[in-house]
Ligand binder design. Sequence first.
Ligand SMILES: Cc1cc2nc3c(=O)[nH]c(=O)nc-3n(C[C@H](O)[C@H](O)[C@H](O)COP(=O)(O)OP(=O)(O)OC[C@H]3O[C@@H](n4cnc5c(N)ncnc54)[C@H](O)[C@@H]3O)c2cc1C
Length: 403
Amino acid sequence: MDIFHDNPLFSGVRQMLGAFAKQQMRPIAMKHDTEESMPWDLMRSAQALGMTQSAMQDGRKKLTGVEDDPDPKKPRTMARLGVAASEELAWGCAGIALALGGSGLAASPVSRMGNDEQKAEFKKLLSGNDEHGRIRVAAMALSEPGTGSDISGLKTSARRDGDHHWIIRGSKQWITNGQSASVFVVWAQTEPDAGRAGVRGFIVGRGTPGLVPGKKETKLGIRASETAQVHFEDVRVHGDMMLGVGGESAGLADTKKMLDSTRPMVGAQATGIARAAYEFLLDRVRGGSLHGTPMASHQHIMFELADMAMEIHAARLMAHKAAWMADHHIENVMESSMAKAYGARVAQAVTNRAMVLLGEEALEPGHPVEKWYRDAKIYDIFEGTGQIQRRIIAKQLTGQNPT
Ligand SMILES: Cc1cc2nc3c(=O)[nH]c(=O)nc-3n(C[C@H](O)[C@H](O)[C@H](O)COP(=O)(O)OP(=O)(O)OC[C@H]3O[C@@H](n4cnc5c(N)ncnc54)[C@H](O)[C@@H]3O)c2cc1C
């Protein structure tokens, strides 16, 4: 039974996106994986449904017809909707799902830390088509060569230029939508000795002099999503575009809170990949034979299936619990990390076992399980590696550094 069955909003979104994933994503998934190309046509249709700016309130409203109550004491639906949607879309194709939702990585800090003027500017830079006639996308540029997990060591700097401007200098790596984005949220160190406390985000439009998109990376998995370097060669930005100024929420501390709300979704994406591989295998076991006897009569296969189903179920519940806590304004640092780390582990374990049980057919390039196996690996790396999640969980368990 669908764990969202008693809530028409969540189950409705799940059903709608499940159908979208099956009818629109699955048929083109392998082509974009092979070509390492973004699904621009599908992104346009998805945008019309409100699916490409999922972290922005208007996107959610378009998709679901509802808006969260701005009263911070009232429960929200945002995190649970994100989890329900993420599993379905990643079931369709994790790479395409990231292409559809990648702009949300940048929209999220703007939504959380931006003032009205910054939100309006971000929205303006994302509206209409780009010079290739494609929908506009955004990128969140935090990671750097040698500085992925350890954000306090950011080398990209922002130094003051007069009273109103900043000059940003540095290079970013592994940036989703890094080559195609029309707008960037770039994180830079504003006070050389301040560590994390000095890191700030800036909204920068594509045409700004000195902003140079770099090399596109070739990846093992989620190849329908573009990942690239971006260089900031003395990019001059108005101070009005610095996020979090004058408010309580500023800088990296708030970025960490943002990750607490996105990690359950990343865990749910990994669960979607695991479910795809499990369902493929289940279908085969129901109708297939091994050495002349039904696959379902082989105990080792049945035990593997049972383990996969249990692990997927547990991963889904973990993501849902972490999202439920976020929606109810309950601190979920540990639960978010658990959902992300466990989802990633399950995706890798399930796709690996499906490969083994299917045998050599699954080794052929273009086989769906081979693709899901490749897609799963990345979930142990981005949005905080598996080790980083375990570090957070262990620190929470032992009462160290509670944030
Ligand atoms: C497909 C893809 C898309 C991405 N998109 C974006 C994006 O849009 N924007 C963005 O800013 N970044 C993005 N990233 C970057 C991603 O967030 C980083 O790759 C990730 O944070 C890991 O950083 P790193 O690769 O530099 O590894 P490192 O931080 O160098 O880590 C290397 C190894 O050391 C381990 N390690 C590091 N520190 C510790 C520690 N303290 N304790 C224990 N182990 C540790 C890690 O777990 C890992 O095993 C993306 C990455 C990928 C693969």
